[in-house]
Every structure is written in structure tokens, then in C-alpha cells.
Design a protein around this ligand. Structure first.
Ligand code: ARG
Length: 261
């Protein structure tokens, strides 16, 4: 009797296991060919980061430099694109668990991340900035000591702020939140004193919301790139198109369209 139960249980588990394999293979990025329908690629992004990715308030659509770039590449390679919006800090684990095929999210291609993902060639380079209110007494890096800095969870700025606290400005505090616009709201509400952001994004908020800011004098960060699972053949496919777009001026055109000099 016991044996019978065990065999039954084993059978049920095997079927469940096979079924799970079946569904997760449906939009695999492997190299089966032949089908007429376009293969779907799921990209992950944290759509809180203008001009790279945001949700257009009027239309509810994803818009931005990264969105246009991803669409252009997918289109040229004959893939259909599906976008998954999530917190920046969750993107890499979603990629590793195969929920995503790639990430494009203003993500800097750091050595640390390269342990877990493969990056495409870089498509944009941005410095970093500290954003403050216009009438703030924080005018330069040293003035940040003793103040509270806002950073987005999982970003190089979160890492950077920790390092600054360890190495230079021992009295800074920081507050880490999930979405970039929340940081700006906290700043406007006076609950934090500065927001640490990629420069390209900071400049946009400063202009749009009449804020102030200054460049980060600490070490330079790497450029932004598209992230894939380790060993994924898509890296080469994407790089080929990316390089073509660099050569024929398409990338520069997109850049001009979204990013002010
Ligand atoms: N460039 C920074 C990083 O890689 C911040 C990126 C944040 N991106 C976003 N879509 N919120 O850590």
C-alpha cells in the first residue's frame, strides 16, 4: 500500500515537472527555427527613469530612449518585444530566473554585475550628479556631510553612497527607495537633502522641476549597456545591430531625440 502511494506521488511529481519545463520553454531564446510567428523577447525595465524609460502619463505607454532602442533592435532582428516593468533592484534576479530575456534600464555595465550577467557593448555614457533644492545650502560635495542623500535601491548610486560614507563623508545618511521619482518627491518634501542620480536623468529633473545640482566628483561609472543571461547568444545578435546603428547614425539620432546635451 505504502509503495503504491509512493509510486503515485512520484508519477504526479514527474508530470508536474515536465509540464513546468514545457511552459518555460515556450518563448525560450534558443535557436529553434522555422516557425512563422515572431519569437517574443521579454525585456525588463524599471520605467521610472526619464529620458531612458517612463510611462507616458497621457497614453499609458512605455516611452524613452531605451524603449526606442530596444524596439529598433528587436525589429531589425525579427523579434516581437514584450515589456515587463519592475523595480530596478529586482531586474537581475528576474533575468537569472529566466523571467526576462534581457534588461535595458539605464543599467551601468559594472564589473560587479558582470559576475552575474553578460553585457552588450555600451550605448550611452552618463556621469552622476547630486540634485538639491534651489535654495539649498549644499553647493558642493563636501557640503553633503551630515546630510541625508536619496538613492535608488540596487543602483550604482546606492553602492556609491555607501562607499562615500565609508571613505570620505562619514556623517552622511542615506535613504534608499525603489523608484527614482519617489526620491525627487522626498527631496521636494524636505525629507531628504539631496538625490544621487545618473547625470542624464538628473539634468532632466532639474530643468523640469526647477531644482539645482552639481556633478559627482568621485570615481567615474561605466557606460550603460543591455544585460543578458550569462552565455546567451543574443549578446552577439544585439551587438551586431548596435554597432550598425552606431555606424549609420541611427543611435545618434535617437540620442538627440531623447537626450539634451
Ligand atoms: N545607472 C544606474 C545603475 O546602473 C541607475 C539605473 C537606474 N535605472 C532605472 N531605470 N531606474 O545602477
Amino acid at each position: 500500500m505504502k509503495k503504491f502511494l509512493l509510486v503515485t506521488l512520484f508519477t504526479i511529481l514527474s508530470i508536474a515537472f515536465l509540464a513546468a519545463c514545457g511552459t518555460s520553454d515556450d518563448n525560450a531564446t534558443g535557436s529553434e527555427e522555422g516557425k512563422d510567428e515572431k519569437k517574443v523577447l521579454t525585456m525588463g525595465t524599471s520605467a521610472d527613469f526619464p529620458p531612458f524609460e517612463t510611462i507616458d502619463a497621457a497614453t499609458g505607454e512605455y516611452v524613452g530612449f531605451d524603449i526606442d532602442l530596444a524596439n529598433a533592435i528587436a525589429d531589425k532582428l525579427g523579434y516581437e518585444l514584450k515589456i515587463e516593468n519592475m523595480d530596478f533592484g529586482g531586474l537581475i534576479s528576474a533575468l537569472q530566473s529566466e523571467r526576462l530575456d534581457f534588461i535595458i534600464s539605464g543599467m551601468s555595465a559594472t564589473e560587479e554585475r558582470k559576475k552575474n550577467v553578460d553585457f552588450s557593448n555600451e550605448y550611452h555614457k552618463s556621469g552622476e550628479m547630486f540634485v538639491t533644492l534651489k535654495d539649498s545650502d549644499i553647493k558642493a560635495f563636501e557640503d553633503l556631510d551630515g546630510k541625508t542623500i536619496g538613492v535608488q535601491l540596487g543602483t550604482i548610486q546606492e553602492e556609491g553612497a555607501k562607499k562615500i560614507k565609508e571613505e570620505t563623508l562619514k556623517n552622511i545618511e542615506f535613504s534608499a527607495l525603489n523608484k527614482a521619482p519617489e526620491l525627487i518627491q522626498e527631496l521636494k518634501a524636505g525629507r531628504i537633502d539631496a538625490v544621487y542620480l545618473d547625470k542624464t536623468v538628473a539634468v532632466g529633473f532639474i530643468e523640469e522641476l526647477d531644482l539645482a545640482g552639481f556633478d559627482d566628483p568621485t570615481e567615474a561609472s561605466p557606460g550603460m549597456a543591455i544585460a543578458f543571461a550569462k552565455g546567451d547568444a543574443l549578446v552577439d545578435e544585439f551587438n551586431k545591430v548596435l554597432e550598425e546603428m552606431k555606424e549609420n547614425g541611427e543611435l545618434e539620432k535617437l540620442q538627440k531625440q531623447w537626450i539634451e546635451e
